[in-house]
Design a protein around this ligand. Sequence first.
Ligand SMILES: C[S@@+](CC[C@H](N)C(=O)[O-])C[C@H]1O[C@@H](n2cnc3c(N)ncnc32)[C@H](O)[C@@H]1O
Length: 271
Amino acid sequence: MKRLQDWYQHPKYYDAIFGDDTVGEMDFLLALNRRFGTSGRCFLEPACGAGRLIAEGTRRGLRMVGYDWSREMLAHARSRISLAEYRVHLYHARMESFAPAEWRGEVDLAYSLVSTFRYLDTEQAALRHLRCTKALLKPDGLYVLGFDLTDYARTKCEHERWIGKIGRDRVVCNTREWPPDRGRRRARMRNRLRITGPGKDWLIETEWIFRTYHDGQIDALLARAGFETLAVFGFDHQIDRPLPTDTDRLDRIFVLRPAPRAPAAGQPGGP
Ligand SMILES: C[S@@+](CC[C@H](N)C(=O)[O-])C[C@H]1O[C@@H](n2cnc3c(N)ncnc32)[C@H](O)[C@@H]1O
C-alpha cells in the first residue's frame, strides 16, 4: 500500500466522494436566492476547492467567482471549466482576506456548505472572513454558511464513512472527529481515503484542526460581523422545512444577510 498525505493534493478523489450532492446543493442555493435574496446571478464560493459547485453554477448560466488556497484544487477547478466560455473568475486567495475592490458590493449570493468555515481556527480569522465576505455582497445579498455545531458533552469519537467510484477505482472515505477541547474550542480531525483499483492501493491520510461552535458562540460571532440570520436549514437541504429556533440538530445551514446599519445620530430614526 502506498501512503500519501493531504487529500487536497488529490482533487479527483475528493470529488469522487463529494460530487454526488452537487446538483441538489445548487438547486437549494438557487431556491434560497429566490426566496430570501436578490434572485441575481452573481455567486461567490469561498474555498471553492476542486470547483464542483463552480462548474455546476456555470452550467446554470450563473456568473461564478471562486477562490481557494490549494493550488492543486484550483488547478482541477480550472481544468474542468472553460474560463473563456463562461463568466468564471478563480483566484488563489485565503478566506481571511479575500475582498478585492472589483467585487465589492457585486455578489448576490455567497455560499460555503461543507464545514469549511471551521478551518478558520481563531475568532479573529473567522471574523475577518465574515467581514470580507460581507463587503462583497450586495446590500440584500446572502451568505449561506453550512457547518456542524459541536456538542461539548460528547466524549466519543465521531465517525463518517462514504464510498465513491471514479473510473475503475474505488474510493472509501473515513472521517473522524475527536471529542472537542472546550477550553481551546478545537477538535482534532482525521480523514483517510483508501483508493483501490487496477495496480493501485493508496492510503491518503490527512489531519487537521477544526474550530468548534455552540449556538451562543456562532450567534455572537455573526452579530459581531454584522450579519442577521434569516433562516436556518439542515444538511438535507429541505427548503420547505427550516429548522425551528430551538432545534437540537447540529447540522446547520445559516442563511445570512448584512444587518441594516443603525441610523447615525441626527439621522431619521437615529438617537
Ligand atoms: C472541504 S473542501 C470544500 C471545497 C468546496 N467548497 C466543495 O464544497 O467541494 C475545503 C477547501 O477549503 C480550502 N481551504 C481551507 N482553508 C482555507 C483558507 N484559509 N483559505 C482558502 N481556502 C482554504 C481547502 O484548500 C479546500 O479546497
